[in-house]
Design a protein around this ligand. Structure first.
Ligand code: NAD
Ligand code: UDP
Length: 312
């Protein structure tokens, strides 16, 4: 039995990851400060005999022993990460520094959940891992984008300078059951609005695109990556190649929920990326990974989840 440390393990992706690790028979130490999650959201995990929790802010150094570490601690929704941008930056930089020190002391592999936001508002599509990105360093999204870029830099410096076995994955928009409702992300917003008969708020003209990956596929990719040889450091994109505009997403959610909600247009947030689409060649080649859940069936599971929390 292995012992796996998951920072941010109480969050949306983290909780799914912890469940999969427990299912395969390993133990989990979750390090989380519940800043964008809650104890209630991981009730099932807290009752599991192989799950333990360290309630802690990763900006402060900590002790933890394990055989591998997944670093997921960071707010991910723009609404949340812009609420306290200094804390967002600290979490990504100091948090990464602290987990890298743990990995260095114990010589264990450490995986960083980076993001497609390192590509900023991309001038290339699809985005390959060799693309350096187009990021505003001083805007409202910079605390997250530049925080994640700095974290990537730290990971590769620890790899070169101290031979720490690092793995950097760039996640594209991930969705599914377990997302915190009202976290401001587009999928939860549209589903809740559609179910409640409220206006579906499309920002800008809704022509901007995203590529949405279902959480089970994302977690599968994370686990596969951790199992690769030490020489496999990434960065590797994980996402789905299918691109959809936000207007078409609103129409799809409306149709799938049989909703009569009107679609309304609101101001486009500053620096909102116009396009997102991963090149998945590396993930296919190195991880033998391909997302298996299409948008319709993933959305159906997410709609069912939200319906249970917000019955009409
Ligand atoms: P989430 O907000 O649901 O989960 C993040 C977790 O980290 C929460 O439980 C939160 O309490 C915890 N956390 C935040 N700051 C912390 C700190 N200083 N100390 C300890 N714990 C802290 O987000 P998510 O969607 O599950 O994302 C998980 C990771 O994946 C994040 O690093 C995010 O940047 C990355 N990511 C997510 C997406 C996505 O679409 N969901 C896309 C790209 C990258
Ligand atoms: N968006 C929208 N309506 C909403 C919430 C978001 O049109 O109610 C748009 C947002 O402007 C962005 C896209 O949906 O273009 C994805 O937003 P999200 O916050 O989910 O993630 P991002 O990819 O911006 O980090």
């Amino acid at each position: 039995m292995k012992s796996i440390i998951v920072t941010g393990g109480a969050g949306f992706i983290g909780a799914h990851l912890c469940r999969r690790i427990l299912e395969r028979g390993d133990a989990v130490l979750c390090v989380d400060n519940f800043s964008t999650s809650s104890r209630e959201g991981i009730d099932d995990l807290l009752q599991h005999s192989r799950f333990s929790l360290l309630e802690h802010d990763v900006c402060i150094p900590f002790e933890a022993e394990g055989d591998a570490l997944f670093n997921l601690a960071s707010p991910a929704s723009p609404v949340f990460y812009q609420k306290d941008p200094v804390q967002t930056m600290k979490t990504n930089i100091l948090g990464s520094l602290h987990v890298l020190e743990l990995a260095r002391q114990q010589n264990i592999p450490v995986l960083q959940a980076s993001t497609s936001e390192v590509y900023g508002d991309p001038l290339e599509s699809p985005q390959t891992e060799s693309y350096w990105g187009h990021v505003n360093p001083v805007g409202l999204r910079s605390c997250y984008d530049e925080g994640k870029r700095s974290a990537e830099c730290l990971f590769f410096d620890y790899s070169r300078q101290y031979a720490v076995p690092v793995k950097v994955v760039r996640l594209f928009n991930t969705y599914g059951p377990g997302m915190l409702p009202r976290d401001g992300r587009v999928i939860t917003n549209f589903i809740i609005q559609a179910l409640k008969g409220e206006d579906l708020t499309v920002y800008g003209r809704g022509t901007q695109t995203r590529s949405f990956c279902y959480v089970d596929d994302t977690v599968d990719g994370l686990l596969r990556f951790m199992d690769t040889p030490e020489s496999c450091t990434g960065p590797i994109n994980l996402g789905r190649a299918e691109e959809i505009s936000m207007l078409n997403l609103a129409l799809l959610v409306k149709e799938m929920t049989d909703s009569s909600s009107p679609i309304v247009f609101r101001d486009l947030p500053e620096d909102d990326p116009r396009q997102r689409r991963p090149d998945l060649s590396l993930a296919q080649e190195v991880l033998n990974w391909n997302p298996s859940v299409n948008l319709r069936s993933g959305l159906q599971k997410t709609i069912n989840f939200v319906k249970n929390i917000h019955p009409r």
